[in-house]
Design a protein around this ligand. Sequence first.
Ligand SMILES: NC(=O)c1ccc[n+]([C@@H]2O[C@H](COP(=O)([O-])OP(=O)(O)OC[C@H]3O[C@@H](n4cnc5c(N)ncnc54)[C@H](O)[C@@H]3O)[C@@H](O)[C@H]2O)c1
Length: 327
Amino acid sequence: MASIMSARQVLRLGNRLSVRSYSSAVKHEGARDVKRLGVIGAGQMGLGIALVAAMKAQVPVTLVDSSQKSLDKGLVFADTLLAKQVAKEKLTQSQADAARALLLPTTSLDALHEADFVIEAVPEIPSLKFELFSRLASIAPSHAVLATNTSSISITRIAAATQDPSKPLDTSASSRVVATHFMNPVPVQKGVEIISGLQTSPTTLATAVSFVEKMGKIVSYSVDSPGFLANRILMPYINEAIICLESGVGDRDSIDAIMKNGTNVPMGPLQLADFIGLDTCLAIMNVLHTETGDSKYRPSVLLKNYVAAGWLGKKSGKGFYEYAQKK
Ligand SMILES: NC(=O)c1ccc[n+]([C@@H]2O[C@H](COP(=O)([O-])OP(=O)(O)OC[C@H]3O[C@@H](n4cnc5c(N)ncnc54)[C@H](O)[C@@H]3O)[C@@H](O)[C@H]2O)c1
């Protein structure tokens, strides 16, 4: 109880709280059991989240995508990944079959009416997320946690989108909104950022922390500030690498090689940008730039042009590198 009281105080303090006190305040007390997960968006993040939840937390996952093609592509990827886990003896065939059977694909958002916890992973477009959360508030059960995997958009604003404008003091839906920001690729990266909006309740926060940990992840906390921690640090690094390329400070291979070989990271910033998706990188830089008004976050012109050309990185077959597309 004491830690929940602390969590409440912490939540009331909003952005004035210290990250350390936030972190120590949340110890799962009051967390609700999650028996069924819903994931919206079967792209690289949503599919990874759904698969890890099925493998580790072993709950049924309703996987919603507006595109049947994305669902089909995602499930082929899930089959490939599970087969690799079996080949490496990290899973038995029956464990892999059990995880696969827990994934329930659909194009209908209404299928989320039974979910205890929903994680949204659609593209990083504010209006798209606001509209989805407004619909989710009436589709998901009244106890369901409504989580977003946004990389940069304000959780307070996403939560506000669930509110009926004629009842501004009714926080029954907005108090259930939180961010669970998984890292890419989800089956590999252990870190997850948890971010509360001003409206997020202690129960919502505790349930999110508890469920993410059941998925085998390690939680970090950030306040609701543009880009949170991960992308406030990572995206200016990637953007600066693209500015170095556009202004001729170095070529692609030199930029990636010096960072890879000089800082012991698995890939250089341009290759990493391709893996994240250049549209996602641009969307995050736009949020950082617009929300802070600080020119240090100005997106590179070359990044904008690549996105305008449809060169989005690995997912489109071309970015700073070229990729063979799977049929
Ligand atoms: N790519 C990364 O490295 C990364 C890392 C952390 C967080 N994120 C965040 O995760 C979210 C998803 O990113 P992604 O890289 O998986 O994108 P993606 O483009 O790979 O996938 C998005 C999916 O959402 C689907 N979709 C679009 N509109 C929809 C709707 N209205 N309803 C249901 N489905 C819809 C698309 O068909 C697609 O399958 C974004 O908010 C992004 O910022 C991305």
